[in-house]
Design a binder for this molecule. Sequence first.
Ligand code: SF4
Length: 684
Amino acid sequence: MTAATVATRSENVRARIVAAFDRDGALARAVPGFAARPSQAEMAAAVYDAIENGSTLIAEAGTGTGKTFAYLVPALIAGGKVLVSSGTKPLQDQLFRKDLPAVLDALHINAATALLKGRANYVCLHRTARAESEGMLPTREDVVHLRSVIRFASTTSTGDRAELAEVPENAAIWPLVTSTRDNCLGAECPRFAECFVYKARREAQGADIVVVNHHLFMADLAFRDDSIRDFLPTVDTVILDEAHQLPAIAADFFGASLSLAQLLEAGRDARSLGLSRAPDGASWITLTHRFERAVRDLRLALGNAGLAIGSRTPVERIPRRADLIPAFDELDGCAAEVLRALEINRGRDAELDLLIGRFSELRRELKDWTQAVGTPAHAEENEGPPDPTEQSNPSVRWISVSTHGAQFNQTPLAPGQALARAREAQPQAWILTSATLTAAGRFDHFLAEVGIEGATTARWNSPFDFPQQALLYLPKSLPSPNDARFAQVVAEAAWPLVRANGGRAFILCTTLRAVDKVADRLRQLMALDDQQLPLLVQGTTTRRALIDAFRASGSAILVGSISFWEGIDIRGDALSLVVIDKLPFAPPVDPVVEAKIRYLRRIGRNPFNEYQLPEAIMLMKQGVGRLIRDETDRGVLMILDERLLTKPYGKVVLASLPPFARTRTEAEAIEFLTRRPSTGRART
Ligand code: SF4
């Protein structure tokens, strides 16, 4: 083909893509309710250009642009193998079951599709059979759940646990009937041919379009999993939706963590496998009980070293951290004994042999931590210029402590470096998109966080008519967000609007403590006014149950913290008031935030302008984005943070939000809310 022919072909494909979004195009003909939007067609053309050039496109598409179709249409028409990664498993399911079939159908494209999740999502036939034969389940509930899993495994074609609603997500049975990379026997497994994990992977390898989630994608890039890596080089287009989540997920996966629960599980596995596969091979009960006691002693030592329940503490701030060294040494000694026993019995059983690698790795991590707690504090609190090794891989070590457990974490402070290296190793086009990638219209912060160089950036504002559809209410005379009574004031200021609106409100707080205080005060106010509205409060049940209850109610008030600021799509009158207590700055006492601030300062950057403020703006945009979800939505956004008007950075935040009409008076806000009668029903 000559260059001219290639160019003509590209132009034709591009024209076909743009035409699909026309008023009378393929999508309008096939998708009920489809509305032609110029920004959607423009984004689709930009995605196609990136695919053609094998380049990276970073695209911010405001709410309502229709970004899912804007990337699916060009990717499907361009052809080749496509990998789409979404932020969460529910979004992944929706993309696979709803959006992807709709676009394939509209375009009359016949392509093989596959849904691929991490291995913990699939029932492991081998471990399920083992759990059944060992029959040592501690509770009656576990027995009931195991029976459900066994029944499910015999009828499902996917083994995807999301299809088994009767066993809750957090049921204790799941770790026993799913696999990890450490305990999977792979090709040596007697159930390998029928294994759900490998079946899903084979389907993904053969499919034209594979839908994954960011956790799986990152786990693979960080060499923590191997679901995608085998076929990633054969992929022509990688699409990362909800890309604003990537830096945080990359920080999790390119870092390292070791929990006491993980250690205890290794001990349990060594005991049960040792006893069943090599009963005469060692004193398994004595060895593993000693190991488990050392794990519990380490938990006690953390308390004695000054770490309180609920704390998240960087290593250098542990009050008496040298006291931890004997506990680490003792645990390592016990792990070494178990490892020796496993080595002696090597070759007797494949599953038992897998524990050798696992205990070796645990010992390596324990040694790292022993060394870290033994390093003098001043060596880590250095505020001077960075040493070259730190610049290549800066990280913070910190420990979180819960009532019975603890987790040892090492979090990279520049996770984008690893992500960028992974991107450079892949030759295909990458499309990163989200509704929130910019702060004050600039991509600088996101680009710095993901570390990807040479990308094309593009933005499309939301097509909604914000000045008409929404009102931003900034109340007067508020106390500082640091005031002890602030949460009560939030509830008292919001209540007149909530009451006038008949509920149908989200109250988004920045902390869990504020959630409880706001909810308590709202209860009192409802009692005083003798007006009871359904009050749904984070922490009383699961996030999904709260959102479902909100949708079903039509007059509810939902009070939630950061996890409710994004990923919730409630259209129509059911949600017409969003109250935000304050600017969501990450707490500077958080060990990762604190270390990152120090690191940025050391490398000569401005942590507030280049990190804290843009992060807060991106989260603020997510929270604000809950209100107007389509062209017919109307509502009031109320923000109770005076700093928006009194601080210079407040103006930057306001300039980053959609162009709402504004008021400072309660009466106008109530008038806006009550101007139109509403049905109180959610549209889906
Ligand atoms: S191959 Fe691994 S995941 Fe599959 S059944 Fe066997 S142990 Fe389980």
